[in-house]
Design a protein around this ligand. Sequence first.
Ligand code: MG
Length: 375
Amino acid sequence: MTELPGIDVETVELRRIELPLVTPFRTSAGTWSERDVLLVRVLGDGVEGWGECVAPGDPSYSPEYTAGAHAVARDHLLPRLFAAGVRHAADVAGALEGVRGHAMAKAAIEAAVLDAELRAAGRGLAEHLGAARDRVPVGVAVGMLPLDELVATVARHLDEGYARVKVKVGPGWDVEPCRRLRAELGDGFGLQVDANGAYGLGDLDTFRALDDLGLLLIEQPFPEHRLLDHAELATAIDTPVCLDESIVDQDVLDDVLRLGAADVVAIKPGRVGGHLAGRRMHDRCVAAGVPLWHGGMLETGIGRAANLALAALPGFTLPGDISAADRYWRQDIVTEPAVLEADGTIRVPSGPGTGVEVDLAVLESVTTSVELHRR
Ligand code: MG
């Protein structure tokens, strides 16, 4: 990554919006019907940049949640950002390291500074991160649904052109829905499952039964701290084990790679503290020969554009959870929402920064609060 000239961060806006999902999303970690999102807008040197915090509205999926991220950003992170006189996105993590945890809130601030800094320099995020392509293959995640509805929903997404489908599973809802999908829709499509940490090593029989279904991978079978159990599972079954929630930072990733606890790694930039950390972790996985895919957190067009830039790096060899905007929203908050191409890919936005423009009229219509913080 080349060095950027930097910007004078004068004002930071913290904005909350509420967007209803097209359909409620049910997993073993909870159900979401709408997204309460914290957005960060950085203004300075005549440019602005946007970042999206991926924290969900309640702390059932991750310890971080929207109202908590908002509070920590306002009371602890922005004062540190201003005190340090940060001019570069690459310096944000260091300026905020006095606050423990809160990776999602920190990542949103870094994303906004990075977007502003790149726009000031007239450079695109994908190019800056080292993207290898201008479109990325994408998948779609389907929540827990009644069986007939599940089959119909997956069939529809395959018709739409998605390169692979992921279904949420949990104890009592695993082998049967996957068997039914294979029986009705065949073996010709990529199918993976996500347990969101709902199982334990005592469930080996379930995983062995899933082995017969030709799954691309099983994602986060055990709770996030169970690295040794994941290593044991990875040698006990044929289906590749993928870690998602476990991958919280570089140190944990290093342990995961040393232990052989994951055959595949999912990166969510929000969870690991930002796209710059995500890029470093990508490089580490590539060096270790471990394939990656890019996760999703029901982002709006702001977060999705940044994710597309990272997902365009060469180590992301499996389709990511970066679906088209209409999978989630009736109306996105950017002027050119992501659309699925006929070949199962989404175009990586080009142009300065993330390459997307916020639709301010739509944004205002879904805004629930706005605060301005000045240096
Ligand atoms: Mg997951």
